[in-house]
Design a protein around this ligand. Structure first.
Ligand code: PRP
Ligand code: HPA
Ligand code: MG
Length: 182
């Protein structure tokens, strides 16, 4: 275990098992649809890469970068689009792929954005859900694991851009962000 991790919440094996089952559900639900999986960078990249290999359908992928946390553990509440899609979403079935829904501000902003762009359907899949912190009225269509109100890292999730490469979900030790000089 990494020295900055207080405890492991979800193991590598649990994550992989869950991704297989999410892939099966999505495969069943998107038969005869025009599926475009949109990865919300950067955090969702590892989850997206594993998830799409468990979806047994003709489909496309695209990437969007937004940021609301910057280098902090608190959401700024303001969603900035850093990179937009290359594909058109009009009349397509969009599945937004996230690593975590926390306040829900990022994803509810993006769902509204894609509905405004006339997608046929907009659904959401997230590896982690932290419902206790919700500010926006958003329930994911598919989720992997619910997590408590702790700042989590690994499998794409960062603190100050680090720890994305950990192969499990862990809780970051408080002293790591309390002692940071900003
Ligand atoms: O529900 P919310 O409170 O809006 O939080 C969730 C969002 O915050 C994180 O992104 P971040 O802004 O840290 O960008 P990153 O994926 O590049 O780390 C995460 O990947 C989600 O996109
Ligand atoms: O708990 C979290 N960890 C990392 N990034 C996040 N973005 C929202 N919540 C979190
Ligand atoms: Mg982040």
């Amino acid at each position: 275990m990494h020295q900055d991790v207080k405890e492991i919440l979800v193991s590598t094996e649990q994550i992989q098992e869950k991704i297989i089952s999410l892939g099966q559900q999505i495969t069943n639900d998107y038969q005869e649809k025009d599926l475009l999986c949109v990865c919300i960078l950067k955090g969702a990249a590892p989850f997206m890469a594993d998830l799409i290999r468990q979806i047994d359908l003709p489909m496309e992928i695209d990437f969007m970068a937004c940021s609301s946390y910057g280098t902090s553990t608190k959401s700024s509440g303001e969603v900035r689009i850093l990179k937009d899609l290359e594909s058109s979403v009009q009349n397509r079935d969009i599945l937004l792929v996230e690593d975590i829904i926390d306040t829900g501000l990022t994803l509810s902003y993006l769902v509204d954005l894609f509905k405004g762009r006339e997608a046929r359907s907009v659904k959401t899949v997230t590896l982690l859900d932290k419902p206790s912190r919700r500010q926006a009225d958003l329930v994911p269509d598919y989720f992997g694991f619910q997590v408590p109100d702790k700042f989590v890292i690994g499998f794409g999730l960062d603190y100050d851009e680090k720890y994305r490469n950990l192969p499990y979900i862990g809780v970051l030790k408080e002293e790591v962000y309390n002692t940071k000089i900003t």
